[in-house]
Design a protein around this ligand. Structure first.
Ligand code: PMP
Length: 428
């Protein structure tokens, strides 16, 4: 039986870094990534048979736990009919109806294959609809590896963006403006100067790619306000928050109505799915109704739709998200109490079924700068200690944690017991 370490060294021969998505490589953690063989409920099982209580949930989709019996049987039921037809299917309409019912800001929706495709398409649509090139994003927000969105702030106030990855043309990045997350004044100032040239604001309504940072009171409302005042499109990237922060996503939780919404993760039930949608008069700009081109050979794949629809219907049960939030509170309150007892500076931040753990003396973390000033070494010790004790936390201090309804009270207590041991080791 090969170990994870052996599999990782074999993987690196033909796969860059041994992984098909960078964060899986456990870079900077002095530890080979764990190779997983199977998963069920709250648990991952690695190739050596070790069990982990999992708080990553395939980075979000597994909100009812891994290998959900209902999701699997919905996929199995469709399997023998064929994998893909490249034609319209009734189940795509079922999915569109369901999404638009759960998220009433969406009159129309188009399915794609990933969150990246959703944000890429929404940006193109917003530019096509407004006839403008500039887009505004926020520091520390991630929207997939879209060229226009792999952009960091230029130096100085009100300067235009610079590529954050080689391969992104500077001539494209200059159309992206990166502002401070939760900085409503910065947004107002920028829009006062250049708002009439802005096609869209795209934002993570809870930032989940710099740990977990909820929106400050008034921040999302400010975005809505400046978009209305300047004819710009407000895009909420709910790839992570959709169906997780609340059934209706962050837009329901915080009461802000976007023009366009991007979805991914839960909407596909663990299959490769994304979606973007919103107001009818904007969505009608999409081909074949309108001039903005967007397409996909496998988009709306029937097996993926079956998985996603089944999962969405399951989590519509009244009280589902309240219970999920309760589990997050039990875990986060427990971690804070145990860290405090051990004398370790730690805070948590939460939004529905997602949470963040920050090793910091600060009382809250509300922007990218604060997120980058947490104690990386403490996180590394915590992560590796928890992993050794069979608890799989996100392998980066910039990633949010995800709870599932499969996490039992015992799982949470076991996690807190493990944390108590790890905190004791960290201070010894
Ligand atoms: N937007 C957000 C908010 C995300 O968290 C992610 C991925 N974690 C994406 C977009 C990109 O989604 P995908 O990885 O499916 O392309």
């Amino acid at each position: 039986m090969a170990t994870s370490e052996e599999l990782f060294s074999r993987a690196q021969r033909h796969i860059p870094g041994g992984v098909n998505s960078p964060v899986r490589a456990f870079k900077g953690l002095d530890q080979a990534p764990v190779f997983i063989e199977r998963a069920k409920g709250a648990y991952l099982f690695d190739v050596e048979g070790k069990r982990y209580i999992d708080y990553v949930g395939s980075w979000g989709p597994m909100i009812t736990g891994h290998a959900d019996d209902d999701v699997l049987s919905a996929v199995r039921d469709r399997l023998d009919n064929g994998l893909s037809f490249g034609t319209p299917t009734a189940i795509e309409t079922d999915m569109a109806d369901l999404i638009c019912e759960i998220m009433p800001s969406m009159d129309m929706v188009r399915m794609v294959n990933s969150g990246t495709e959703a944000t890429m398409s929404a940006i193109r649509l917003a530019r096509g609809f407004t006839g403008r090139d500039k887009i505004v994003k926020f520091e520390g927000n991630y929207h997939g590896h879209v060229d226009s969105l792999l952009v960091k702030a230029g130096s100085g106030a009100l300067t235009h963006g610079e590529p954050s990855s080689p391969g992104v043309p500077a001539s494209l990045a200059e159309h992206t403006i990166t502002l401070g997350y939760n900085d409503s004044d910065g947004v107002r100032d920028f829009f006062a100067a250049e708002g009439d040239q802005v096609a869209a604001i795209i934002v993570e309504p809870v930032a989940g790619n710099m740990n977990c940072i909820p929106p400050a009171p008034g921040f999302l409302e400010t975005l809505r306000e400046v978009c209305d005042a300047h004819g710009s499109v407000l895009i909420l990237d709910e790839v992570m928050t959709g169906f997780r922060v609340a059934l209706g996503g962050a837009q329901a939780h915080y009461g802000v109505t976007p023009d366009l919404t991007c979805l991914g993760k839960i909407v596909g039930g663990g299959m490769p799915v994304g979606a973007f949608g919103g107001k009818r008069h904007i969505m009608e700009y999409i081909s074949p109704l309108g001039p903005v081109y967007q397409a996909g050979t496998l988009a709306g794949n029937p097996l993926a739709m079956a998985a996603g629809i089944t999962l969405l219907n399951k989590i519509r049960t009244p009280g589902f998200h309240d219970e999920l939030t309760q589990r997050v509170n039990t875990l986060c309150d427990g971690l804070e109490a145990r860290a405090r007892a051990a004398g370790i500076p730690l805070i948590t931040q939460r939004a529905g079924g997602m949470f963040g753990i920050f090793f910091t003396t600060a009382t809250d973390v509300s922007d990218f700068d604060a997120a980058t000033h947490c104690n990386v070494e403490a996180f590394r010790q915590f992560f590796t200690g928890m992993l050794a004790r069979g608890i799989y936390m996100a392998p980066s201090n910039y990633e949010a944690g995800f709870m599932s309804s499969a996490h039992s009270e015992q799982d949470l207590q076991d996690t807190l017991d493990a944390a108590e041991h790890v905190f004791a080791e960290m201070t010894s």
